[in-house]
Design a binder for this molecule. Structure first.
Ligand code: BV8
Length: 243
């Protein structure tokens, strides 16, 4: 961590944080590209997270998400999530943009969250996007929509699907006007989310990456820290505001 970064963050007015699956890794949620375990080891997430996979085998895809939903409900946010809650309190205009569907930012206490890829704890119907407040896990799998009888599916954005109306536009507008852009725990592989830090760079923002591994953003970032976010972010918050 550099004194220049600490000073810049302390004086920043507009900051955007883009998070990926890596910020939830220390909560025990395997990242999107970690090898899947157990029953799901033989499937690639990219092959299951598509409308075609659901149309082909709705039961398999529903059960994959039911397994992930259960796993996510049994973990808790980690110090990386809580550090971003503190940033939201300290920075005049802080925007959290997440690719994650695990609901951990909300559970940690973040208020202003742009969910680019939806939220696994929400369920809607495949045919008409009717949100389902509750659904039975017994009987038919996938359960049916109470309003139209359609198949229920997770309210997440699959590959090949558009992002929620306005979400990307809102995130892009924030990226184009920020002083600092933090890219945290993302492999920077999935678009259009991965284009956001480059939009910030073009507008002269300071771009900071936090990831134990290098990514395609690394060569362009002003600062890139090979560190786990659960350790780096609390240390950054402490250096900027708590000393
Ligand atoms: C769309 C929900 C049209 C489902 C997900 C160019 C423009 C537009 C589209 C495309 C394009 N090129 C290609 C496309 C198509 C496609 C795409 O990007 N494909 C990729 C594979 C090339 N994009 C789409 O289909 C998108 N829709 O484009 O619609 C459109 C066009 C323009 C404008 C608007 C719309 C929809 C994409 C959404 C897919 N759904 N999730 C589900 O979860 O089941 S994406 C999925 O990948 C997850 O959400 C995940 O978050 C996301 C990105 O992955 P990461 O978060 O980065 O996770 P990953 O495992 O890859 O990496 C984890 C990182 O953490 C690693 O780098 C690791 O080193 C690091 N890490 C590990 N431990 C830690 C850590 N970091 C910090 N601390 C640690 N402790």
């Amino acid at each position: 961590m550099t004194a220049e970064l600490v000073e810049r963050l302390r004086s920043a007015r507009r900051v955007i944080a883009l998070t990926g699956a890596g910020i939830s890794a220390e909560s025990g949620v395997p990242t999107f590209r970690d090898a899947q375990t157990g029953l799901w080891a033989k499937y690639r997430p990219e092959d299951l997270a598509t409308p075609e996979a659901f149309a082909r085998d709705p039961r398999l895809v529903w059960e994959w998400y039911a397994w992930r939903r259960e796993r996510v409900q049994n973990v808790v946010p980690n110090p990386g999530h809580f550090a971003l809650v503190e940033m939201e309190r300290r920075i005049p205009e802080f925007t959290l943009v997440t690719q994650n569907v695990d609901d951990l930012h909300r559970r940690a206490g973040s208020k202003r969250i742009i969910e680019l890829h939806g939220n696994i704890t929400r369920v809607k119907c495949f045919e008409n996007n009717h949100l389902a407040a509750h659904w039975g896990e017994q009987g038919q799998i996938p359960p049916r929509c109470a309003e139209c009888g359609g198949l229920l599916r997770p309210d997440v954005v699959w590959f090949g699907e558009n992002l929620p109306a306005g979400a990307f536009e809102q995130a892009l507008a924030a990226s184009e006007t920020c002083d600092m852009f933090l890219s945290i725990g993302t492999s920077s592989l999935v678009y259009p989310a991965a284009s956001l830090p480059f939009a910030a760079l073009e507008r002269g923002a300071t771009v900071v990456e936090v990831n134990p591994n290098a990514t395609s953003l690394t060569p362009r970032a002003h600062h890139s820290f090979r560190a786990p976010s659960g350790e780096f972010l609390p240390a950054l918050v402490s250096a900027v505001w708590l000393r």
